[in-house]
Design a protein around this ligand. Structure first.
Ligand SMILES: [Zn+2]
Ligand SMILES: [Zn+2]
Length: 309
């Protein structure tokens, strides 16, 4: 694993890690109330756009957790940057239903301003150019294929999951799609499989299998996590953790966020291979300060933790 904290890397965190067989290059920055934008290179994917990382505009999949400004506030710049750089290929947005209209209004207003108009008669975009826009509510029970030019990207799909926050907020789970033999054919010798394939066709011999790879929680309480078994089992969990000190506990719970002691309390439930913590309160100025508050955590939990500082 290679990690450069924001103070070592021009104000952004850079993380290179392999979880199972899946490599991840994860970059971005996150502070509660200020800005969160987390990119995964291998999946052509951005979680939240509370600010716009320099490269974010070139990624085609953008999944927004909720309407708080520190998570969606810079999404409209994506719109303008793609126009400026003449990127016409399709992009894929998912966001909570309640964000869609306000976002269209913001994008329309910014577009007017960008063209030097005074905005006296703003026409709100009905649809966004080259954009596949879905509400997160409709992705809770369906799996959506990620978009991108490489074949590899289309092997990934996403599902949303409702979290527990002050306003409606969604997390996202990314899966890899693969074809596996239907149970009745498992264990048969290769020549027999080939014969059956010729008779009934590949589509009847195999079925689609989804392997969960990574989940992103957005803002949530610990209840939002522990009520979702999938989040506790996914190999890589990117989980918010806003507070660390004892004094910060009530603020944290009042804002419907996670405090490190909440994670400690339920530590035995986390079956993930690795857990990346993000969304630290701005009052924690150094990574050492945060680590100082994590001394009491059980070792099998600390072995999993990565701090996106
Ligand atoms: Zn936030
Ligand atoms: Zn929030």
């Amino acid at each position: 694993m290679e990690i450069k904290y924001s103070n070592q890397n021009n104000g952004e965190t850079y993380l290179k890690i392999k979880v199972g067989t899946q490599p991840y290059t994860i970059r971005g920055y996150s502070r509660a109330g200020l800005k969160t934008c987390i990119l995964i290179d291998e999946m052509n994917l951005v979680f939240d756009m509370g600010y716009s990382n320099d490269r974010a505009y070139s990624y085609d999949n953008k999944f927004i957790s909720h309407g708080h400004t520190d998570h969606i506030g810079a999404l409209h710049t994506d719109h303008c940057a793609r126009k400026l750089y003449n990127i016409t290929k399709e992009r894929f947005y998912i966001m909570p239903k309640q964000c869609i209209n306000p976002f269209k209004m913001i994008a329309s207003a910014v577009s007017e301003m960008n063209c030097g108009k005074a905005g006296e008669n703003i026409k709100v975009f009905d649809t966004l150019l080259s954009t596949r826009l879905l509400d997160a509510e409709s992705c809770v029970d369906t799996y959506q294929t990620l978009i991108g030019s490489s074949k590899l990207i289309s092997e990934y799909c996403v599902k949303s999951i409702q979290m527990d926050h002050k306003i409606k907020s969604f997390g996202y789970i990314i899966y890899r799609k693969s074809k596996r033999l239907r149970p009745e054919y498992v264990g048969l010798p290769g020549n027999q499989i080939a014969k059956i394939r010729a008779e009934i066709g590949d589509e009847n011999l195999t079925q689609e299998h989804l392997t969960p790879l990574v989940a992103y929680t957005g803002d949530t309480t610990i209840q939002g996590i522990i009520q979702n078994q999938e989040l506790l089992n996914v190999p890589l969990l990117i989980m918010e953790c806003t507070g660390f000190s004892e004094d910060d506990k009530s603020d944290c719970h009042c804002g419907k966020h996670i405090h490190i002691n909440d994670i400690a309390k339920y530590s035995n439930l986390f079956a993930n291979e690795k857990i990346i913590l993000f969304h630290f309160s701005q009052q924690y100025r150094t990574i050492d300060e945060i680590l100082g508050y994590c001394q009491h955590l059980p070792k099998d939990l600390t072995d999993k933790l990565i701090y996106f500082f």
